[in-house]
Design a protein around this ligand. Structure first.
Ligand code: NAD
Length: 541
């Protein structure tokens, strides 16, 4: 039992390293990248702290060179999922009884390990396995993850300290219990920080977790499991299985002790899992918590009063950083006729300097898309735009899969505001623009609001305060993260809590107290100091 009301270190955002050419930090990271690139690794599952190996070995692939031999991962089956569930449940009693300071220490240590000795390794694994350049990996695998860990520890203590009032003669308390049973984390390929945050934020609160990472994020997941262990996370608290998503979901979501789903990925996968939970609802001991952050079709809406260079820059960064594979990436833009020529000229001049290639060459701004499926999807939209009468390719439109999954940053101009590439999530470096008549600002706001089922991020650009106010209200439900005169990407933990609604998710804001609240079940405790000795209230005389 704790004998102090300890305060955790005040969380601040991890400074982003610049990796400027010639700097010692870039030399160190690229040296690590080359060292790891030339190694062949073997990635096991980790259940109860033990490395679990199988006879099925799947190739690890790098987006920038799909033939390069990186090694393999052990692919598991449903017996491993059963083992992970049993192991998690066995670890639960001791872990959930551990004092919160002990738990906090583990996750604070994790943050420090990533900020220090593991920074290059985790960044390099993310570059190799997920195709990020030095800047994109730094803001994800290093900074965002460190922030998630430190801020969540602080949010946890803020939550714990929220206590009810007590009337005379009694003491009321709220105890923030972990959920009864085990939790399930299912994570996407595109952020190492999300992959780590989903299981760790639940574990931090005393929960035990079965974690299923994306098969395209296994390399950095392997490094994360090493870091978790070195930070002192007890065996069995987070168990990583590398298995088929659909089968794993079916197995876990029908288990009586399933207590919560923390998901990030595509909308259809989340909706299927929600349906399964509904079908199984009578089997569970408790109503499970369901948190999902899903797809997006994020917009940039430009008012005629805007600065064309600022708009073009936001579009180039917002649409093409990490190849448009951020859930927040700008993928549709609405530009007034009067600004279009200037925006187009500036975009053309910026795009002409962008290099596409492997992240090993740090002068490449755009790298490869994650896998063949993604490459084919981008190709399909680009080829359609080349053939369709209501669309044209303004920039890019080329692709090359001879070595890696490379797609040039592509801008499609459409005359049809319902054109497929302006409505559907592509998740690649493809931006679609609709040019509207300046006089139709108001109806274009309606169009922005109604074009897609998603509501994740969006930006408006304007120098006119009345226009900003109008867009702010008209687009109230069109984005969970709303930007004014900025690109719609780059949310920072503690500054812009992230998440969207409509088909984009449950909007529980990853890396915030709101999210942590979902993984606890409060016990209200009332203690009476001097108990009554007769049933008679004063009104009875
Ligand atoms: P995905 O949906 O293909 O995969 C996500 C996870 O679900 C992976 O672990 C995958 O193995 C698993 N999975 C796949 N099929 C499954 C099934 N039938 N049942 C259960 N699990 C299954 O997504 P992805 O390609 O890894 O990531 C891209 C998607 O994630 C995009 O739609 C993007 O918008 C979304 N995303 C959203 C946010 C957000 O905060 N809203 C953040 C990152 C990514």
């Amino acid at each position: 039992m704790s004998k102090a009301l300890s305060q955790v270190p005040f969380a601040t955002n991890e400074p982003v390293r610049t990796y400027a050419p010639g700097s010692p930090e870039v030399a160190s990271l690229i040296a690590k990248y080359k060292e790891m690139w030339n190694q062949k690794i073997e990635v096991p599952m980790v259940i109860g702290g033990k490395e679990i190996k199988t006879s099925i070995h799947n190739r690890l692939e790098s987006p920038q060179d799909h033939q390069h031999d990186l090694g393999f991962y052990h692919y598991g089956n449903m017996s491993h999922v059963d083992m992970a569930i049993e192991t998690a449940l066995a670890a639960k009693k001791k872990w959930s009884a551990l004092g919160w300071e002990q738990r906090a220490s583990i996750f604070l240590k994790m943050a420090d390990l990533i900020a220090g000795p593991y920074r290059d390794e985790l960044n390099a694994a993310t570059m190799i396995g997920q195709g990020k350049n030095v800047h994109q990996t730094e803001i994800d695998a290093a900074c965002e993850l460190i922030d998630f860990l430190r801020f969540n520890v602080e949010f946890m203590t803020e939550m714990y300290s929220e206590q009810p009032v007590s009337s005379e003669g009694m003491w009321n308390r709220s105890e923030y219990r972990p959920l009864e049973g085990f939790c399930f984390a299912v994570t996407p390929f595109n952020f190492t920080a999300i992959a780590a945050n989903l299981p760790t934020c639940m574990a931090m609160l005393g929960n035990v977790v079965v974690w299923k990472p994306s098969l395209s994020q296994v390399y950095s997941a392997h490094v994360l499991m090493k870091i978790f262990k070195e930070a002192g996370l007890p065996d069995g608290v987070i168990n990583m299985v590398i298995t088929d998503g659909a089968e794993t979901a079916e197995k876990i979501l029908s288990h009586k002790d399933f207590a919560g789903l923390h998901f990030t990925g595509s909308t259809s996968v989340f909706q299927n899992m929600w349906k399964m939970i509904g079908d199984n609802i009578h089997k569970y001991k408790s109503y499970p918590r369901i948190v999902g952050e899903t797809g997006g079709k994020d917009f940039v809406m430009v008012h005629p009063s805007s600065d064309s260079v600022e708009v073009a820059t936001a579009l180039v960064r917002g649409a093409f950083e990490y190849q448009g594979q951020k859930c927040s990436a700008a993928s549709r833009a609405y530009i007034p006729q009067s600004l279009w020529e200037a925006v187009k000229t500036e975009m053309g001049s910026q795009l002409s300097t962008i290099k596409v290639g492997s992240p090993e060459d740090t002068s490449n701004f755009v790298n490869a898309v994650i896998h063949k499926g993604s490459f084919e999807k981008c190709k399909k939209y680009i080829d359609n735009a080349k053939n369709d009468s209501d669309a044209e390719i303004v920039f890019g439109g080329t692709y090359d899969d001879s070595k890696g999954w490379f797609v040039a940053p592509t801008v499609i101009l459409t005359s049809n505001p319902q054109y497929s590439s302006i409505c559907e999530e592509i998740f690649g470096p493809v931006l679609t623009i609709f040019v509207y008549e300046d006089s139709k600002w108001e109806e274009t706001l309606k169009l922005v609001d109604e074009t897609s089922p998603y509501s994740l991020t969006g930006s408006i650009f304007s120098k006119d305060r009345y226009a900003i106010e109008e867009a702010y209200h008209a687009l109230e439900n069109a984005a969970g993260n709303f930007y004014i005169n900025d690109k719609p990407t780059g949310a920072v933990v503690g500054q812009q809590p992230f998440g969207g609604s409509r088909a984009s998710g449950t909007n529980d804001k990853a890396g915030s107290k709101m999210n942590l609240m979902r993984w606890v079940s409060v016990r209200s405790v009332k203690e009476t100091f001097v108990a009554p000795r007769s049933y008679k209230y004063p009104f009875l005389g």
